[in-house]
Design a protein around this ligand. Structure first.
Ligand code: FMN
Length: 198
């Protein structure tokens, strides 16, 4: 079975890079394959153009979808799971990934009648974050992330979905080193178990 990883971090000198690598190692350990869109490395265009906006806002299927967006559609429809790996930036995904949703979730593909996006078996969100889980709970930010990433962006486009936050990973936080191995083991296990018995 194949996972499609949508990865968004601007630097290889990061903890998130290790999450990605451990997750991929977990997938491989279970015999799963993957394809990856590394959005910064690809220089993925995250601003929606006026033509794209007019298509999405006016539900006009006849306006063509750009080739780079079609390439993402094809990656999705050739996969069984979709996995987003990114650092939390101002309580959301990096703008690059938010822009990916703006452009890739097109009318006729991800929403609207007779949409052509395949319903995937699993949607997984792996997010690194400087703050602690306790903070995310008491501020309501965890709830907001679940609402936006799982309920809105993934919605019924996947059969099952999960958000995992690797917390306390800012560089100045001693928890970063302390929890390093546990977080990466969790990422590995998420990869190994993602498609269960499929
Ligand atoms: C621009 C920017 C905004 C950030 N905003 C948040 C935030 O809102 N909440 C949070 O918990 N961490 C925030 N962080 C911390 C990142 O999530 C942090 O980079 C990550 O957890 C550590 O992993 P890394 O080494 O992969 O960057 C922010 C970091 C940057 C650079």
């Amino acid at each position: 079975m194949q996972a499609f990883i949508v990865y968004a971090h601007p630097s290889e000198d990061s903890f998130t890079r290790h999450i990605r690598d451990s997750f991929m190692a977990g997938l491989e350990s279970s015999g799963h394959s993957y394809i990856i869109s590394d959005l910064y490395k690809m220089n993925f265009k995250s601003d929606i153009s006026e033509a794209e906006y007019l298509r999405e806002a006016h539900y006009r299927r006849e306006v063509s979808v750009p080739a780079d967006v079609i390439a993402e559609h094809e990656k999705i429809n050739s996969s069984d799971a979709i996995v987003f790996i990114f650092p939390l930036f101002w309580s959301d995904a990096p703008a690059k990934l938010v822009g990916w949703f703006n452009r890739v979730w097109t009318f006729g593909f991800a929403y609207g009648e007779n949409r052509s996006m395949k319903q995937l078996e699993k949607g997984l969100v792996l997010c690194s974050a400087g703050n602690t889980m306790e903070y995310f709970h008491h501020t309501g930010i965890l709830n907001a992330l679940e609402k936006v990433m799982l309920e809105d962006r993934l919605f019924d486009r996947v059969k099952s979905k999960e958000l995992i936050i690797m917390d306390g990973t800012s560089r100045e936080n001693p928890l970063r080193e302390q929890n390093w191995d546990d977080h990466l083991e969790r990422a590995f296990q998420a990869g190994a178990g993602i498609l269960g018995g499929l």
